[in-house]
Design a protein around this ligand. Structure first.
Ligand code: COA
Length: 183
């Protein structure tokens, strides 16, 4: 399958309760133990902000007569008030917050380097923009914020984020950088 057909074949949708363990499996495969979130955090975030927890699903029709959707990538966020990510916003969710704080972007290691993360980020941002422009929930979200390590700054810049500088967050052993995108 060529690149475009593969990306077009993916389904982006909310990650529901039954996929939390699979999503958590991607987290522990993707992050060193000192950075990985716990499964309790995953359960908490899915319960308080279910529409901000999105997954990329691949339709696997190889093994059975009917195709099965397999979760191969995730983006998970909560809402916050502070313009930049603080230690507090890493552990809380303000349902009235206008800043979408992305906690995790993760792609199954077997599917990396094929543009899935970039595609997920663009879809995610498009959905947030649409929701923010919806008349009924006007101004729902104002900004998307995240922190990442230096080598991943270009990924987020390609998705439209602006680098704000080094983050104050201490989490694990490596430096973090603040990136934001105005909606
Ligand atoms: C980081 C991660 C999400 C990238 O997923 P992916 O689907 O492989 O990324 P994409 O193929 O969409 O990459 C798009 C662009 O991002 C950049 N990029 C992606 N992964 C990168 C890496 N490991 N190092 C440097 N740049 C990277 C490249 O510029 C790439 O463009 P290119 O392929 O034209 O060079 C994936 O490697 C992962 O899940 N890692 C473990 C968890 C993690 O670190 N998440 C990020 C938390 S901030």
């Amino acid at each position: 399958m060529d690149h475009n057909s593969f990306i077009n074949s993916l389904t982006f949708k909310n990650v529901n309760e039954s996929d939390i363990e699979r999503a958590f499996q991607l987290e522990i495969e993707g992050f060193p133990p000192e950075e990985a979130l716990t499964i309790e955090r995953y359960r908490y975030i899915q319960s308080v902000a279910p529409t901000l927890f999105k997954g990329a699903y691949f339709s696997d029709s190889s093994s059975t007569s009917f195709s099965k959707l397999i979760l191969i990538g995730t983006i998970m966020s909560t809402l916050a008030d502070a313009p930049k990510i603080t230690k507090e916003s890493m552990f809380s969710h303000n349902p009235f917050g206008k800043i979408v704080f992305i906690h995790t972007v993760c792609v199954d290691k077997h599917y990396r380097g094929r543009g899935i993360a970039l595609c997920m980020l663009k879809e995610y941002i498009k959905t947030l923009k649409n929701e923010s422009q919806n008349k009924d929930v006007n101004g729902k979200y104002e900004r998307v914020a995240l922190i990442c390590h230096e080598h991943l700054i270009p990924l987020y810049q390609k998705a439209g984020f602006t680098l704000m500088g080094e983050s104050e967050i201490i989490w694990g052993n490596e430096k973090w950088f603040d990136l934001v995108l105005e909606l």
